[in-house]
Design a protein around this ligand. Structure first.
Ligand code: ATP
Ligand code: MG
Length: 286
């Protein structure tokens, strides 16, 4: 028996509907596959990077060992020499240059070691307010040495705020951020340090009114050896990122050229070690 035209149209409509439904399912599956491929690529890059880093770590440890000892000797003799040459003697400035060079070599070796060293955190329950006050006292001594008008503003809670952190490694984070902030301010400005929390994480912010970061540099600042400074190793923020990753935290940055830069760190109260390889960096430029 022949089907009526209406029946044929309705069958066609059903087939089309199924076809379209399958099409959108396929599109959905394709998108999911694309996302997974993207994630896999990212993980592969991270694994490659961690291989490079562990090779770099071994090399750094050897180099540091080989360099540190003779460097210590040279530094000691240079200081002895400096003591025996009066400041007004023209030869003195050469010795001072040697001493300056040694201290920047020491910084490079120290930073390389800090970046590449395998680290297990020594976490302990710490009151972040107390902890930050001690670090800022240290930073204020550094500021006094600079010929700059710098003011540190504290936005701290009045009550203690406790979190499980590696106080020493996170101190390194703060000092690196504070040093960058001090260096970003040419003559006068303000550095605001904030501590706050919600039920999930503690938040630490370091903001400055310095020269800001060019938008095209923003994505590179956490990359090892990226620096725009003559005396920089470019390892400061790479070390910061590594220590925040170890705390399963997150660091984001907002910057505006000529106005300033603000770093925001979130440290979760509860560990969630599902994916130690991936952790977020956020960038924002105005
Ligand atoms: N607060 C800031 N204001 C402006 N630029 C910044 C700030 N923090 C970081 N940067 C930029 O990011 C770059 C990388 O910073 P990072 O701390 O890793 O290295 P560095 O400061 O150049 O060298 P080092 O830390 O060894 O002294 C800096 O050279 C600078 O261009
Ligand atoms: Mg730095």
């Amino acid at each position: 028996m022949q089907k009526s035209q209406d029946e044929l149209i309705s069958e066609l409509a059903t087939v089309m509907e199924r076809f379209l439904a399958q099409g959108s399912e396929l599109e959905f599956a394709y998108k999911a596959l694309e996302m997974q491929t993207e994630q896999l690529k990212k993980m592969q890059e991270e694994v490659n990077q961690s291989r490079v880093l562990s090779a770099l770590g071994e090399m750094a440890a050897t180099v540091a060992h080989e360099i540190r000892n003779p460097l210590g000797g040279i530094g000691g003799y240079a200081s002895l020499l400096a003591r025996s040459i009066p400041p007004e003697d023209p030869k003195r400035k050469y010795v001072d240059k040697i001493i300056g060079g040694i201290s920047s070599l020491n910084k490079i070796v120290g930073n390389l070691l800090a970046y590449t060293r395998k680290t297990n955190l020594q976490k302990q329950n710490t009151d972040l307010v107390n902890w930050a006050e001690a670090i800022l006292a240290h930073a204020e001594i550094e500021i006094e040495k600079e010929k700059k008008q710098l003011f540190i503003e504290r936005n701290f809670p009045t009550e203690p705020l406790n979190a499980e952190i590696d106080a020493e490694r996170l101190q390194q984070v703060m000092l690196n951020l504070l040093m960058n902030a001090i260096q970003a301010i040419e003559t006068d400005g303000k550095i605001s340090v904030g501590i706050s929390s919600n039920e999930k994480f503690a938040e630490i912010t370091v903001a400055d009114t310095g020269n800001g970061i060019e938008p095209e540099h923003l994505k590179n600042i956490f990359t090892p050896f990226f620096t725009t400074k003559e005396q920089g190793t470019g390892l400061g923020l790479a070390i910061v990122k590594k220590i925040i990753d170890l705390h399963e935290g997150e660091i984001t940055v907002e910057s505006s050229v000529g106005k300033g830069t603000s770093f925001r760190i979130k440290i979760p109260f509860q560990s969630n070690s599902a994916s130690p390889l991936t952790s977020g960096i956020g960038y924002s430029s105005h």
